[in-house]
Write a protein that binds this ligand. Structure first.
Ligand code: ADP
Ligand code: MG
Length: 262
């Protein structure tokens, strides 16, 4: 089982869209795929039509107000074959206040996912834009971090914050975390977009994906309709870019498995 966290300490950069798009493509390719909504805003859950409030959510793994619920009872099938979801709920926003510095709370998600390992090939974690107990859990549970980064100058600050948080978490996890910066909302017609992409490639050489996700109104329309990109017939440019990204990521994860075995 491969676990990828999709995170950036900035909203509106395409995290949820990336999780949905890659998840739906993996499932369409025959992989048993779980999307975990780690964001209390629950946009991924809303997008996919599973309300975490009523059905239980990531919140219930932590055992705040009652005993923790077994993760298997919180995972739901979606209307798409092989695509399941562990939804979010608004209560998750209180986790930092309730758990604060309680020991062992950073590994709750890792332990839950370990129980699901026989059932899934891929897990994608859609993270909140804040550094807290949810982000710490997501990074502790992941094999790779994807950082969708909007190709505009202001986005670089969010990226740097994210990479600083990651170094902190890496120190406690005691091993490096492979990372991939994914340029998003790219508009080749604007100088600002082109300049920002060039700057990303120069400053973060080697960790920026070749695939660049364009601004594509079809992506917006598919998400407004609650349809993952893999099933959205009109999607061409956006869909192709996410396909290319997925192929790159799968190639990287298979080479890191080979490295580990060597
Ligand atoms: P985040 O999860 O980082 O807050 P979202 O994935 O929810 O960001 O994207 C924010 C908004 O931008 C959504 O309305 C989404 O449909 C839209 N969006 C995301 N990626 C693209 C894209 N490549 N082209 C056009 N619209 C996009
Ligand atoms: Mg989101």
């Amino acid at each position: 089982m491969q676990v990828w966290a999709i995170s950036n300490q900035k909203g509106g950069v395409g995290k949820t869209t990336t999780a949905m798009s890659l998840g739906s493509m993996l499932a369409a390719d025959g992989k048993r795929t779980l999307l975990v909504d780690m964001d209390p805003h629950a946009s991924l859950s809303g997008y996919i039509g599973v309300e975490g409030g009523a059905h239980g959510s990531v919140y219930d793994l932590f055992g705040v107000s009652s005993l923790p619920l077994p993760v298997g009872t919180l995972v739901h099938a979606t209307q798409w074959d092989r695509l399941s979801v562990l939804p979010a709920s608004a209560a998750m926003i209180t986790l930092d206040r309730h758990l604060g510095t309680k020991p062992g709370m950073g590994l709750v998600l890792s332990q839950a996912l370990a129980e699901l390992a026989p059932d899934f090939d891929h897990v994608l974690l859609d993270c909140p834009p804040t550094l807290g107990v949810l982000m710490v859990n997501a990074l502790a549970a992941s094999d790779r971090l994807l950082v969708p980064t909007q190709t505009e100058a202001l986005a670089l600050a969010g990226l740097e914050r994210m990479l600083r948080s990651l170094s902190m978490i890496e120190r406690s996890r005691g091993k490096p975390m492979p990372r991939t910066i994914v340029p998003t909302l790219y508009d080749a017609r604007t100088h600002a977009s082109r300049a920002c992409l060039a700057q990303l490639r120069e400053k973060y050489e080697g960790i920026v994906s070749e695939a660049v996700i364009p601004t594509d109104t079809q992506i917006r329309e598919a998400s407004a309709a609650g349809v993952p990109l893999a099933s959205w017939p009109a999607s061409r440019r956006g869909g192709q870019a996410y396909r290319q990204l997925l192929a790159e990521l799968l190639a990287m994860s298979s080479s890191s498995v080979t490295d580990a075995a060597a």
